[in-house]
Design a protein around this ligand. Structure first.
Ligand SMILES: Nc1ncnc2c1ncn2[C@@H]1O[C@H](COP(=O)(O)OP(=O)(O)OP(=O)(O)O)[C@@H](O)[C@H]1O
Ligand SMILES: [Mg+2]
Length: 252
């Protein structure tokens, strides 16, 4: 069994079927990129992974633990949903940092809400360790508006890591960044992968995807059209839809 398993996920909004049976897996420490044309369902798939949307059917497991099981219709307690959600971290495109809080406070806020006061020093120590690891220790008292886009993105990654997710998901992590800052994020993702963090990344940036991923999953109209190594998908795509998508991307 793979570390992350996505089996036959479907999701409709009203009559509109957005996900039509998405399947892919990731091994521990693997970086998987979801790529494909706009409107194909990539963000919806990530939101389903994080239970921000409830899939209509299918199954999601992380390290053998069930995140979503369409067969099981027993309602889950709020605590159970919360616990399942914590297993998958999500870093948004626009970072979504709290502007009124310092970098350190951004990292500590959610963990402190879930902890006893006695644990606050430990939480702050963990936050400082993460900031140091991501090269941000000297920014701990800065506010988000005082940081570059790349620094903000790294703070957002650190904040997601504070909750100790088993899988970290990103939606367009580089779309607001210039090439130098994109490289910073690439390096952070590679370092995390080296520590065994499993990552699922939605991106429009094919150059970034090629550099960062172990496996590329090409999604069109709510289906996985093909998947494989970056070399297979970007250099030798088998499916007509993948070829057309990549050819169009090159023209842009
Ligand atoms: N809450 C919603 N209600 C109704 N339709 C939705 C909702 N969320 C997404 N959709 C529709 O589902 C389809 C897939 O959207 P999604 O955001 O998952 O695509 P995407 O692959 O991430 O696209 P992009 O590359 O532009 O970000 C779109 O047609 C979108 O309009
Ligand atoms: Mg999207």
């Amino acid at each position: 069994m793979a570390f992350l398993e996505i089996c036959n996920i479907t999701k409709s909004f009203g009559d509109f079927s957005v996900l039509k049976g998405i399947e892919f897996t990731a091994e521990k420490g693997e970086v998987v990129c979801l790529v494909g044309a706009s409107g194909g369902g990539k963000t919806t798939m990530l939101r389903c992974l994080n239970l921000l949307e409830t899939p209509d059917s299918g199954r999601i497991t992380v390290d053998g633990q069930v995140i979503f099981d369409g067969e099981n219709t027993t309602p889950l307690s709020a605590e159970e949903i919360h616990n399942r959600r914590l297993m998958l971290g999500l870093v948004f495109q626009q970072f979504n940092l709290f502007p009124q809080y310092s970098v350190l406070e951004n990292l500590c806020l959610a963990p402190k809400l879930m902890a006893d006061k006695a644990e606050y020093p430990r939480i702050e120590q963990e936050a400082m360790e993460l900031l140091t690891r991501l090269g941000l220790a000297d920014k701990k008292d800065s506010y988000p508006c005082e940081l570059s886009g790349g620094q903000q993105q790294r703070v957002a990654i650190a904040r997601a890591l504070m909750l100790k997710p088993r899988v970290l998901c990103f939606d367009e992590p580089t779309s607001a960044l210039d090439p130098a800052l994109t490289h910073e994020v690439l390096q952070v993702i590679r370092d995390l992968a080296a520590t065994g963090m499993t990552q699922v990344i939605v991106t429009h940036d094919m150059d970034f995807a090629r550099k960062v991923c172990d496996k590329a999953v090409f999604i069109a109209s709510g289906r996985v059209v093909e998947m494989g190594t970056p070399a297979q998908i970007f250099d030798n795509p088998q499916h007509e839809l993948t070829r057309a998508f990549l050819a169009q991307d090159e023209q842009e």
